[in-house]
Every structure is written in C-alpha cells, then in structure tokens.
Design a protein around this ligand. Structure first.
Ligand code: ZN
Length: 479
C-alpha cells in the first residue's frame, strides 16, 4: 500500500497518514446547515470528501464516514419565521432538498447522516459534564464554554487570543463572562418556536457542541480524519477541539483536512451579495460527472474562482476521457478482430503505459490527494489511446479490454464517467447506427463523398459523432 501524506491543519504540515486502527479509517465531515439549498462551494467540500473516502477504500482501507446535518440554528429559525412555518418543518424540507442534491451529484451516502435535533439528550449530557469539570458555566441566557480554562485554545487556527477577539464576530450577550466564551446552550427567546427542556431551562444547543457529541457517538473519543470547509477552522473546529479535549484529554481527530473556499469573481458567495450559485441550478445544465471533474481538477486546498466558462471548459476536457472510453467500447462490440490473440509491439507499449499511468496516479493521490495531477495523467493516457484507435493501432481484443477497464476504473474513482446501463433500446440504437454507417461505407467506396458527408452530418445532428479510421468508422454519443 502506498504511504499516504496528508496536509494536517493541526500541525501545519504534510504528514504520513497512520490511522488509529490498522486498515480502518474513521472520518467525520461537517455538513450543511439546512436553511437554504447547498451551493457550489458546499458541493466542493462534499465532492472532495466523497472522493477521499473512495480513494482510501481503493487503496484498501475500510472507511466509516459520518456527515452531519445542522437542523436547528438561528438562520433556520429566522428563515422559517419569514415563511410563516415552523422551524422544524422548515428544516425538514431543506434536509430533504439537501439529500436530493447529494444524490443528484451521485455521491455515495455516508454511513451516518446524524441530525442535531435527534441528539438533544446526548448534547445535554455532554454540556453537563463540561459544567461539572468547570469548563462551562450557566448564565441567564444559557450555558457558555469558558475558553480561558482550556490551555490549547487556538492551536488549530494558530491564532492568539487577541487575534481571535478581533477576528471573531463576538456575539453580544448578557451572560457571557468573557467575550471569547461561546454558547453551548441557548435559552429560548420569546419569538423562537423550537426548544427542548434542559437542566438550565428550555432552549436549544449552540452550533459547535453538536459535532463534538455526534463525532464521539459514532466514531469514538478519537478518530482519524476531521474535515470541512476552511471557513470552519475558526471558530467552529477550534471550539470543537476545546469541547472534546476538555472532556477526554484527547484531540478528537488526528488529521484535520480543510477544503479551500470557492469564490465568485473574487467575492465570497453570500445572500446579501445575491451571488449564490445553487448546485441544483448547475445540475440542470451540467451532468454530475462534469461538476465532479470540475471540482477535482483543482487541488482541494487551493481557492477556486468560479466562472461559467470554467464549467464549460471542464466539460470539454472531460470529453477526452469519455471519447476514449466510448471508442474502446465501440471497438470491442464491433467484434471485428483479425488478430485477437496477437499483441503487437505497439500494443505492448500501450500496455506498459497503463502501468506507468497507474503508478503516477497513485503517487499523485497519495501526496495530499493531488487529484489535479492524477487527472492530468488520465487525460494524457486517454488522448494517446484515442489516437491509437484512430490510427488503427489497437487490434487485439485483450488490449482493448484492458484499456477500457483501466480508464473505467480510474474514472469511477473520481466519479467522472457516466454509467451507461446497456438496455435493449441502447442495443437497438447501436445496431441502427451500425447499419447506417455500413450504408455510408458503400457511398464512400464509390467516392460519393457528398452523400457520405451528409449522412455523417445528419448523425452529428442526432448526437452521434463519427470518426473515420483505417479500420472503418468509430462512433460515439456526443454529450
Ligand atoms: Zn461541525
């Protein structure tokens, strides 16, 4: 197994990855607050961690993946009131919409999708323990975490207490003893419609406590990877460490992975700027495969400036792989093999290049998940393969199969190749196209280029692209 290196926000450097248990990885990622539909920035995080999980499985780990859903929060309560419905109904609706988007992106659901409102008892328990250990105190408006009681505060974000005071949007509240302290429990306000009873009166959890509670419940006191967008480093993840470590004496996760921000023309996406791009709107125009390719074609820690053109560009680049894969499929299904069992020197070279590509892809991905480098390798191979088909250099069925399998497997790891179930309709369509192409060959034989070109153009209009090779025409469906 390749040694994997991960850039760990906690230590500020790239480190060899060693899970707590041999061959098992436990991973927790902060999911959405369901007050609106997820945007392309959120999707970047979910796509990336879905890939991390698949890659770790690919190299042989057994992965347990938890992605939480924040379904009670100031923003939800406010949005529900504006709509005139209950906060819980509102959160339910947007949880459903989030799951729809998640599945529409063709991401594999995590092992657990825990929701805050289903864990209130455990949250109350956890807070009580923090109070007992004197890391928290009660106030008229709730329960607060005593930041200065925790020595390691700031170790993730590498900020001094002073910097944090300036940087943080410190919430004004009557009960706080120190401006750095943060709420674990918020007492119910008059206008709010959602609350649970607790030893400190009715109210609801603060935001950060849920992740300490749910990660511990599903993954244990210490697990391997904690992920999220880089905007969560402070204060959310800093607070999470403070809560969990105060209780257990251990940093909850050993590797903290943060995904760079996605901006629109250099600005953060926000409701007030009106520049939010919802993933469901993008999926109306682009396939999930194109969106995933777009996301993974940049290194995850790099910030991305989103433009419409960049998605269009991604679609074109991805087509290099699709084209090679489909052409191999056509080649195999044509069944026209004169030398099925003989492998030429040229084919041997192509097979060698598979091995080289595989090594380089694994090296790139093992180096802090460098998906960009890995995809470059896949592109290069696909280009060569397609050219070899056009030049009629692939004659052996074995070689065609191996190439197709390799490109398919690798693409599936990234989730960038659309699975096309072979249906009866599909087979009939393939036969019809083959028959049309045979007719066209008749015209080509008698050098009637006009009709041959007209047939080709007609197929193109119908979404079928045809390339003429020395072995005859190769067709593929245009996306
Ligand atoms: Zn979280």
């Amino acid at each position: 197994m390749n040694r994997i290196y991960i850039f760990n926000t906690l230590t500020g450097r790239k480190e060899p990855f060693e899970p707590l248990e041999k061959n098992r990885v436990k991973m927790y990622v902060c999911g959405p607050t369901v007050y609106d539909d997820v945007h392309i920035g959120h999707a970047r995080t979910f796509i990336f961690f879905d890939f991390v999980r698949k890659f770790l499985e690919y190299v042989g780990y057994d992965v347990r993946y938890v992605l939480n859903i924040t379904d009670v929060d100031d923003k939800i309560i406010r949005a529900a009131r504006e709509r005139g419905i209950s906060s819980l109904d509102y959160a339910e609706e947007y949880t459903r919409r989030f799951l729809e988007d998640y599945l529409a992106l063709k991401l594999r659901p995590p092992d657990v999708f825990p929701r805050v409102t289903k864990h209130i008892e455990e949250i109350i328990d956890f807070i009580q323990k923090l109070i007992d250990k004197n890391f928290a105190y009660t106030a008229p408006d709730g329960v607060y975490y005593r930041v200065k009681a925790f020595k390691g505060y700031g170790k993730l974000s590498k900020r001094s207490l002073e910097e944090m005071l300036v940087g943080a949007r410190v919430e004004v509240s009557e009960g706080k003893k120190d401006p750095l302290d943060f709420a674990l429990w918020k007492a119910k306000k008059k206008e709010e419609d959602v609350c649970w009873s607790s030893p400190w009166g009715s109210g609801r959890p603060g935001w950060h406590i849920e992740c300490s509670v749910m990660s511990m419940k599903y993954l244990g006191e210490q697990f391997d990877i904690h992920g999220g967008g880089s905007d969560l480093i402070f204060p959310h993840h800093e607070n999470e460490i403070a809560q969990s470590e105060a209780l257990t004496g251990k940093v909850p996760a050993r590797y903290w992975i943060h995904v760079g921000m996605l901006q629109i023309s250099g600005e953060k996406m926000s409701k007030s700027l009106g520049n939010i791009i919802k993933i469901r709107d993008i999926l109306r125009r682009y396939s999930p495969e194109v969106v995933k390719f777009y996301v993974l074609n940049t290194h995850y820690r790099k910030p991305v400036d989103y433009t419409e053109e960049s998605l269009e560009e991604a679609k074109k680049t991805l087509d290099i792989v699709v084209r090679a894969y489909d052409a191999l499929g056509t080649l195999i299904s044509s069944g026209d093999y004169k030398h099925s069992f003989r492998i030429t020197d040229e084919e041997m070279n192509i097979l060698y290049s598979i091995r080289g590509t595989k090594d380089r892809v694994l090296d790139a991905l093992s180096d802090d998940f460098n998906t960009r480098e890995a995809l470059k390798e896949l592109m290069r191979l696909s280009k060569d393969v397609y050219q070899a088909i056009v030049d009629d250099k692939i004659k052996s069925l074995t070689v065609a199969f191996q190439l197709r399998e390799f490109i398919g497997d690798l693409s599936n790891l990234f989730g960038i190749l659309e699975e096309k179930p072979i249906s009866e309709e599909h087979e009939i369509l393939a036969r019809v196209i083959e028959e049309i192409l045979k007719l066209r060959e008749e015209f080509r034989k008698v050098k009637n280029w006009e009709v041959a070109d007209a047939i080709r153009a007609a197929l193109n209009r119908a979404g079928i692209h045809v390339d003429d090779t020395r072995r005859g025409p190769v067709w593929r469906i245009i996306r």
